[in-house]
Design a protein around this ligand. Structure first.
Ligand SMILES: [Zn+2]
Length: 111
């Protein structure tokens, strides 16, 4: 794993504005609920987030339709960090937290 010393700039990166739908953790949670319903239901794709790849405690690769771009959330000592937004409190991180909890639950419960 590559280690970089990041300079923390004040505010969000220019990619994600404050009025962006994915600018808070709560939006990520809401998007996850939508995603979960669509996973279990049919394949209609109304959610703004698509899960591209998921490796437990390593990274989550999402596709954010808001910005038409892939987003990487990587886990650092099991804390999620959004590389794209360079923050730990954007919607992508919220989504990644929910996703992890979802998979953790599924690991424990065998139907
Ligand atoms: Zn993000």
């Amino acid at each position: 794993m590559e280690r970089k010393v990041k300079k923390r700039l004040s505010g969000k990166s220019h990619l994600i504005e404050n009025n962006h739908p994915m600018s808070t953790l709560d939006f990520g949670t809401m998007e996850f609920m939508k995603w979960l319903m669509e996973e279990e239901d049919t394949g209609s794709k109304h959610c703004l987030i698509v899960v591209r790849d998921f490796l437990e405690n390593k990274y989550v690769i999402l596709f954010d339709k808001n910005i038409s771009s892939s987003v990487i959330v990587s886990y650092r000592e099991s804390m999620p960090w959004c590389i794209t937004c360079d923050t730990d409190d954007c919607g992508h991180v919220g989504f990644a937290i929910c996703l992890k909890q979802h998979y953790d639950r599924n690991d424990q419960i065998v139907f």
